[in-house]
Design a protein around this ligand. Structure first.
Ligand code: GLY
Length: 350
Protein backbone atom coordinates (compact mmCIF):
# COMPACT_ATOMS: atom_id res chain seq x y z
CA UNK A 1 0.00 0.00 0.00
CA UNK A 2 1.16 3.54 -0.75
CA UNK A 3 0.39 6.32 1.74
CA UNK A 4 0.72 9.90 0.56
CA UNK A 5 0.20 12.70 3.06
CA UNK A 6 -1.22 16.07 2.03
CA UNK A 7 -0.21 18.99 4.23
CA UNK A 8 -2.75 21.65 3.26
CA UNK A 9 -5.16 23.60 5.52
CA UNK A 10 -6.00 20.12 6.80
CA UNK A 11 -3.45 17.30 6.95
CA UNK A 12 -4.71 13.99 5.59
CA UNK A 13 -3.55 10.74 4.05
CA UNK A 14 -4.34 9.21 0.69
CA UNK A 15 -4.16 5.42 0.90
CA UNK A 16 -3.61 3.66 -2.42
CA UNK A 17 -3.94 -0.14 -2.68
CA UNK A 18 -6.30 -2.81 -3.94
CA UNK A 19 -9.05 -4.32 -1.78
CA UNK A 20 -9.15 -1.49 0.76
CA UNK A 21 -12.95 -1.15 0.79
CA UNK A 22 -13.40 -4.08 3.14
CA UNK A 23 -11.38 -2.17 5.76
CA UNK A 24 -13.31 1.10 5.43
CA UNK A 25 -14.62 0.96 9.02
CA UNK A 26 -11.23 0.48 10.64
CA UNK A 27 -9.62 3.08 8.36
CA UNK A 28 -12.29 5.61 9.42
CA UNK A 29 -11.70 4.83 13.10
CA UNK A 30 -8.02 5.64 12.53
CA UNK A 31 -8.93 9.29 11.81
CA UNK A 32 -12.37 9.96 13.40
CA UNK A 33 -14.89 8.66 15.93
CA UNK A 34 -18.27 9.26 14.28
CA UNK A 35 -21.57 8.06 15.79
CA UNK A 36 -23.07 7.67 12.31
CA UNK A 37 -21.56 7.55 8.85
CA UNK A 38 -23.62 8.96 5.95
CA UNK A 39 -22.71 7.28 2.67
CA UNK A 40 -23.43 9.34 -0.45
CA UNK A 41 -23.16 7.37 -3.65
CA UNK A 42 -24.76 6.92 -7.08
CA UNK A 43 -27.08 4.20 -8.34
CA UNK A 44 -24.36 2.39 -10.30
CA UNK A 45 -21.69 2.40 -7.59
CA UNK A 46 -24.35 1.52 -5.01
CA UNK A 47 -25.01 -1.82 -6.67
CA UNK A 48 -21.30 -2.57 -6.93
CA UNK A 49 -19.66 -1.40 -3.72
CA UNK A 50 -22.07 -0.16 -1.03
CA UNK A 51 -22.50 -3.62 0.47
CA UNK A 52 -18.75 -4.07 1.01
CA UNK A 53 -18.48 -0.66 2.65
CA UNK A 54 -21.59 -1.20 4.79
CA UNK A 55 -20.37 -4.63 5.97
CA UNK A 56 -17.06 -3.11 6.95
CA UNK A 57 -18.77 -0.27 8.86
CA UNK A 58 -20.89 -2.85 10.71
CA UNK A 59 -17.79 -4.89 11.62
CA UNK A 60 -16.38 -1.70 13.15
CA UNK A 61 -19.68 -1.01 15.00
CA UNK A 62 -20.38 2.14 12.99
CA UNK A 63 -24.01 3.05 12.36
CA UNK A 64 -24.68 4.11 8.79
CA UNK A 65 -27.25 5.72 6.53
CA UNK A 66 -27.14 6.11 2.75
CA UNK A 67 -28.29 8.58 0.10
CA UNK A 68 -28.20 7.43 -3.52
CA UNK A 69 -28.20 9.89 -6.45
CA UNK A 70 -28.65 9.08 -10.11
CA UNK A 71 -25.32 8.54 -11.83
CA UNK A 72 -24.17 11.37 -14.14
CA UNK A 73 -23.16 15.04 -14.26
CA UNK A 74 -26.83 16.24 -14.22
CA UNK A 75 -27.02 15.08 -10.58
CA UNK A 76 -24.43 17.63 -9.46
CA UNK A 77 -27.07 20.28 -8.92
CA UNK A 78 -28.48 22.60 -6.27
CA UNK A 79 -31.61 20.53 -5.87
CA UNK A 80 -29.68 17.40 -4.90
CA UNK A 81 -27.42 19.48 -2.67
CA UNK A 82 -30.43 20.68 -0.65
CA UNK A 83 -32.12 17.26 -0.66
CA UNK A 84 -28.99 15.65 0.80
CA UNK A 85 -28.72 18.40 3.47
CA UNK A 86 -32.39 17.74 4.43
CA UNK A 87 -31.69 13.99 4.54
CA UNK A 88 -28.74 14.54 6.90
CA UNK A 89 -30.82 16.83 9.13
CA UNK A 90 -33.76 14.40 9.22
CA UNK A 91 -31.33 11.70 10.35
CA UNK A 92 -29.88 13.95 13.08
CA UNK A 93 -26.41 13.93 11.59
CA UNK A 94 -24.23 16.17 13.76
CA UNK A 95 -20.83 17.74 13.37
CA UNK A 96 -19.23 14.77 15.13
CA UNK A 97 -20.52 12.44 12.39
CA UNK A 98 -18.99 11.85 9.01
CA UNK A 99 -19.87 11.69 5.31
CA UNK A 100 -18.40 9.18 2.87
CA UNK A 101 -18.32 10.15 -0.82
CA UNK A 102 -18.37 6.74 -2.52
CA UNK A 103 -18.07 7.11 -6.28
CA UNK A 104 -16.54 9.15 -9.06
CA UNK A 105 -16.06 12.89 -9.53
CA UNK A 106 -19.76 13.78 -9.49
CA UNK A 107 -20.37 12.07 -6.14
CA UNK A 108 -17.10 13.43 -4.71
CA UNK A 109 -17.80 17.03 -5.76
CA UNK A 110 -21.42 16.99 -4.58
CA UNK A 111 -20.86 15.12 -1.29
CA UNK A 112 -17.77 17.24 -0.59
CA UNK A 113 -19.75 20.43 -1.11
CA UNK A 114 -22.50 19.14 1.18
CA UNK A 115 -19.81 18.33 3.79
CA UNK A 116 -18.39 21.84 3.48
CA UNK A 117 -21.77 23.52 4.04
CA UNK A 118 -23.92 21.24 6.23
CA UNK A 119 -23.69 22.58 9.81
CA UNK A 120 -20.95 24.87 8.41
CA UNK A 121 -18.73 21.88 7.78
CA UNK A 122 -18.52 18.24 8.84
CA UNK A 123 -15.82 15.67 8.16
CA UNK A 124 -15.87 13.68 4.96
CA UNK A 125 -13.91 10.87 3.40
CA UNK A 126 -13.38 10.38 -0.29
CA UNK A 127 -13.59 6.84 -1.65
CA UNK A 128 -13.01 7.33 -5.40
CA UNK A 129 -14.15 4.52 -7.70
CA UNK A 130 -13.12 5.89 -11.12
CA UNK A 131 -9.61 6.48 -12.44
CA UNK A 132 -10.39 10.17 -12.91
CA UNK A 133 -11.47 10.61 -9.30
CA UNK A 134 -8.54 8.50 -7.99
CA UNK A 135 -5.92 10.67 -9.69
CA UNK A 136 -7.59 14.06 -9.61
CA UNK A 137 -10.94 15.04 -8.12
CA UNK A 138 -10.71 13.16 -4.79
CA UNK A 139 -7.49 14.94 -3.86
CA UNK A 140 -7.03 18.62 -3.10
CA UNK A 141 -10.40 19.68 -1.68
CA UNK A 142 -12.19 21.16 -4.69
CA UNK A 143 -15.92 20.59 -4.18
CA UNK A 144 -18.74 22.02 -6.28
CA UNK A 145 -22.11 21.82 -7.95
CA UNK A 146 -23.11 23.02 -11.43
CA UNK A 147 -25.60 25.83 -12.05
CA UNK A 148 -27.40 26.91 -15.24
CA UNK A 149 -24.58 29.31 -16.09
CA UNK A 150 -21.86 26.69 -15.91
CA UNK A 151 -20.06 23.75 -14.45
CA UNK A 152 -18.57 23.94 -10.93
CA UNK A 153 -19.58 27.58 -10.54
CA UNK A 154 -20.70 27.13 -6.91
CA UNK A 155 -18.42 25.32 -4.52
CA UNK A 156 -15.80 25.45 -1.80
CA UNK A 157 -12.25 24.43 -1.09
CA UNK A 158 -12.82 21.83 1.59
CA UNK A 159 -10.28 19.10 2.26
CA UNK A 160 -11.35 15.54 3.17
CA UNK A 161 -10.14 13.76 6.36
CA UNK A 162 -8.92 10.78 4.37
CA UNK A 163 -8.89 9.43 0.82
CA UNK A 164 -9.26 5.66 0.42
CA UNK A 165 -8.21 4.84 -3.12
CA UNK A 166 -8.99 1.17 -3.72
CA UNK A 167 -7.95 0.64 -7.32
CA UNK A 168 -9.61 -2.78 -7.53
CA UNK A 169 -12.80 -0.74 -8.03
CA UNK A 170 -11.43 0.22 -11.45
CA UNK A 171 -12.02 -3.39 -12.60
CA UNK A 172 -15.74 -2.71 -13.03
CA UNK A 173 -15.31 0.44 -15.16
CA UNK A 174 -16.24 0.22 -18.81
CA UNK A 175 -13.33 0.56 -21.20
CA UNK A 176 -14.70 3.95 -22.20
CA UNK A 177 -14.84 5.35 -18.66
CA UNK A 178 -11.39 3.92 -17.89
CA UNK A 179 -10.00 5.70 -20.98
CA UNK A 180 -11.62 8.95 -19.85
CA UNK A 181 -9.61 8.77 -16.62
CA UNK A 182 -6.48 8.07 -18.67
CA UNK A 183 -6.81 11.55 -20.21
CA UNK A 184 -6.17 13.08 -16.76
CA UNK A 185 -3.27 10.68 -16.19
CA UNK A 186 -1.70 11.73 -19.51
CA UNK A 187 -2.26 15.35 -18.48
CA UNK A 188 -0.16 14.84 -15.32
CA UNK A 189 2.65 13.24 -17.31
CA UNK A 190 2.69 16.12 -19.82
CA UNK A 191 2.64 18.69 -17.00
CA UNK A 192 5.71 17.38 -15.24
CA UNK A 193 6.62 13.71 -15.29
CA UNK A 194 8.63 12.30 -18.21
CA UNK A 195 9.08 8.89 -16.53
CA UNK A 196 5.33 8.56 -16.14
CA UNK A 197 4.91 9.55 -19.80
CA UNK A 198 7.38 6.83 -20.90
CA UNK A 199 5.62 4.26 -18.70
CA UNK A 200 2.30 5.14 -20.35
CA UNK A 201 3.80 5.08 -23.86
CA UNK A 202 5.26 1.62 -23.18
CA UNK A 203 2.40 -0.03 -21.29
CA UNK A 204 -0.63 1.80 -22.69
CA UNK A 205 -3.78 0.86 -20.76
CA UNK A 206 -1.97 -2.05 -19.06
CA UNK A 207 -0.03 0.37 -16.90
CA UNK A 208 0.96 -0.36 -13.29
CA UNK A 209 -2.00 1.10 -11.42
CA UNK A 210 -0.34 1.62 -8.05
CA UNK A 211 2.65 3.35 -9.64
CA UNK A 212 0.60 5.54 -11.99
CA UNK A 213 -2.02 6.61 -9.44
CA UNK A 214 0.69 7.33 -6.84
CA UNK A 215 2.72 9.43 -9.28
CA UNK A 216 -0.32 11.54 -10.21
CA UNK A 217 -1.39 11.92 -6.59
CA UNK A 218 2.14 12.93 -5.51
CA UNK A 219 2.20 15.59 -8.23
CA UNK A 220 -1.22 16.84 -7.22
CA UNK A 221 -0.19 16.82 -3.52
CA UNK A 222 2.87 18.96 -4.30
CA UNK A 223 0.83 21.43 -6.36
CA UNK A 224 -1.97 21.68 -3.76
CA UNK A 225 0.56 22.25 -0.98
CA UNK A 226 2.05 25.14 -2.96
CA UNK A 227 -1.28 26.66 -4.01
CA UNK A 228 -4.30 25.18 -2.24
CA UNK A 229 -6.65 27.98 -3.29
CA UNK A 230 -5.89 27.94 -7.00
CA UNK A 231 -4.29 31.35 -7.38
CA UNK A 232 -1.18 30.25 -9.27
CA UNK A 233 0.53 26.91 -9.78
CA UNK A 234 -2.64 24.83 -9.26
CA UNK A 235 -3.85 26.20 -12.57
CA UNK A 236 -1.23 23.93 -14.19
CA UNK A 237 -3.74 21.14 -13.56
CA UNK A 238 -5.94 22.83 -16.14
CA UNK A 239 -3.69 21.76 -19.00
CA UNK A 240 -6.09 20.91 -21.83
CA UNK A 241 -9.06 22.09 -19.75
CA UNK A 242 -9.70 25.63 -21.05
CA UNK A 243 -10.51 24.36 -24.53
CA UNK A 244 -11.67 21.00 -23.12
CA UNK A 245 -14.34 22.63 -20.92
CA UNK A 246 -15.59 24.57 -23.95
CA UNK A 247 -15.88 21.31 -25.93
CA UNK A 248 -17.68 19.61 -23.03
CA UNK A 249 -20.14 22.51 -22.65
CA UNK A 250 -20.78 22.91 -26.40
CA UNK A 251 -21.60 19.20 -26.62
CA UNK A 252 -24.11 19.56 -23.75
CA UNK A 253 -21.99 17.03 -21.86
CA UNK A 254 -22.47 14.40 -24.62
CA UNK A 255 -18.68 14.48 -24.83
CA UNK A 256 -17.51 13.26 -21.41
CA UNK A 257 -15.05 15.29 -19.35
CA UNK A 258 -12.09 12.95 -19.98
CA UNK A 259 -12.74 12.91 -23.74
CA UNK A 260 -13.02 16.70 -23.77
CA UNK A 261 -9.70 16.96 -21.88
CA UNK A 262 -8.11 14.64 -24.46
CA UNK A 263 -9.37 16.90 -27.27
CA UNK A 264 -8.22 19.98 -25.33
CA UNK A 265 -4.74 18.46 -24.90
CA UNK A 266 -4.44 17.78 -28.63
CA UNK A 267 -5.68 21.26 -29.53
CA UNK A 268 -3.30 23.06 -27.17
CA UNK A 269 -0.44 20.84 -28.41
CA UNK A 270 -1.27 21.73 -32.03
CA UNK A 271 -1.60 25.42 -31.25
CA UNK A 272 1.62 25.50 -29.20
CA UNK A 273 3.51 23.86 -32.06
CA UNK A 274 2.06 26.25 -34.68
CA UNK A 275 2.91 29.23 -32.49
CA UNK A 276 6.52 28.03 -32.10
CA UNK A 277 6.14 27.26 -28.39
CA UNK A 278 6.88 23.53 -28.60
CA UNK A 279 8.66 21.13 -30.96
CA UNK A 280 6.82 19.02 -33.51
CA UNK A 281 7.91 15.89 -31.60
CA UNK A 282 6.17 17.09 -28.42
CA UNK A 283 2.97 17.76 -30.33
CA UNK A 284 3.16 14.34 -32.05
CA UNK A 285 3.91 12.54 -28.77
CA UNK A 286 0.82 14.08 -27.16
CA UNK A 287 -1.50 13.31 -30.07
CA UNK A 288 -0.15 9.76 -30.47
CA UNK A 289 -0.55 8.87 -26.81
CA UNK A 290 -4.12 10.19 -26.83
CA UNK A 291 -4.83 7.90 -29.82
CA UNK A 292 -3.09 4.97 -28.08
CA UNK A 293 -5.54 5.34 -25.20
CA UNK A 294 -8.56 5.26 -27.56
CA UNK A 295 -9.41 8.87 -26.84
CA UNK A 296 -10.67 11.44 -29.38
CA UNK A 297 -8.27 14.03 -30.80
CA UNK A 298 -10.78 16.53 -32.23
CA UNK A 299 -14.39 17.72 -32.09
CA UNK A 300 -16.53 19.25 -34.81
CA UNK A 301 -17.13 22.70 -33.27
CA UNK A 302 -15.94 25.86 -34.98
CA UNK A 303 -13.21 28.04 -33.45
CA UNK A 304 -15.74 30.81 -32.96
CA UNK A 305 -18.19 28.58 -31.08
CA UNK A 306 -15.47 27.28 -28.77
CA UNK A 307 -14.05 30.76 -28.21
CA UNK A 308 -17.42 32.17 -27.11
CA UNK A 309 -17.88 29.26 -24.71
CA UNK A 310 -14.31 29.47 -23.39
CA UNK A 311 -14.82 33.15 -22.51
CA UNK A 312 -16.98 32.06 -19.55
CA UNK A 313 -14.05 30.15 -18.06
CA UNK A 314 -13.78 30.93 -14.37
CA UNK A 315 -9.97 31.01 -14.59
CA UNK A 316 -10.32 34.33 -16.36
CA UNK A 317 -9.13 37.46 -14.52
CA UNK A 318 -10.47 40.66 -16.06
CA UNK A 319 -9.31 40.67 -19.67
CA UNK A 320 -6.53 38.11 -19.20
CA UNK A 321 -6.54 34.33 -18.92
CA UNK A 322 -3.79 31.85 -18.15
CA UNK A 323 -3.31 29.12 -20.72
CA UNK A 324 -1.14 26.14 -19.89
CA UNK A 325 1.40 25.45 -22.59
CA UNK A 326 3.16 22.07 -23.03
CA UNK A 327 6.63 23.42 -23.91
CA UNK A 328 7.90 19.82 -23.87
CA UNK A 329 6.79 16.56 -22.27
CA UNK A 330 7.14 17.10 -18.52
CA UNK A 331 7.52 20.86 -18.83
CA UNK A 332 4.20 22.69 -18.97
CA UNK A 333 3.94 26.27 -17.78
CA UNK A 334 1.35 29.01 -17.42
CA UNK A 335 1.19 31.65 -20.13
CA UNK A 336 -0.81 34.78 -19.41
CA UNK A 337 -2.56 36.04 -22.53
CA UNK A 338 -5.23 38.60 -23.37
CA UNK A 339 -8.63 36.91 -23.37
CA UNK A 340 -9.19 37.63 -27.07
CA UNK A 341 -5.92 35.85 -27.94
CA UNK A 342 -7.53 32.50 -27.03
CA UNK A 343 -9.35 32.69 -30.34
CA UNK A 344 -6.11 32.37 -32.30
CA UNK A 345 -4.99 29.45 -30.05
CA UNK A 346 -8.27 27.70 -30.78
CA UNK A 347 -8.00 28.44 -34.52
CA UNK A 348 -4.44 27.03 -34.59
CA UNK A 349 -5.50 24.09 -32.41
CA UNK A 350 -8.24 22.84 -34.71
N1 GLY B 1 -8.91 19.28 -10.95
C1 GLY B 1 -8.09 20.41 -10.87
C2 GLY B 1 -7.78 20.85 -9.49
O1 GLY B 1 -8.04 20.14 -8.54
O2 GLY B 1 -7.26 21.92 -9.30
Amino acid sequence: MKKITVNASKKYDILIADNLLENTGDLILGVAKPQTVAIITDDIVDGLYSKTVENSLEKSNLKHIKYVIKSGEESKNGNNFLKICEFLAENQITRSDLIIALGGGVVGDLAGFVASAYLRGIDFIQIPTTLLSCVDSSVGGKTAIDIESGKNLVGAFYQPRLVICDYSTLNTLSDEVFSQGCAEVIKYAVIGNTELFSHLQKNKKDFDREYVISECVKMKRDIVQRDEFDKGDRQLLNLGHTIGHAVELKSNFEIAHGEAVAIGLCMIANASYKKGLCFEQTKNDIINIIKDFDLPVSASFSADELYKTALNDKKRTGDTIKLIIPYSIGDSRLLKIKTDEILSFIEEGI
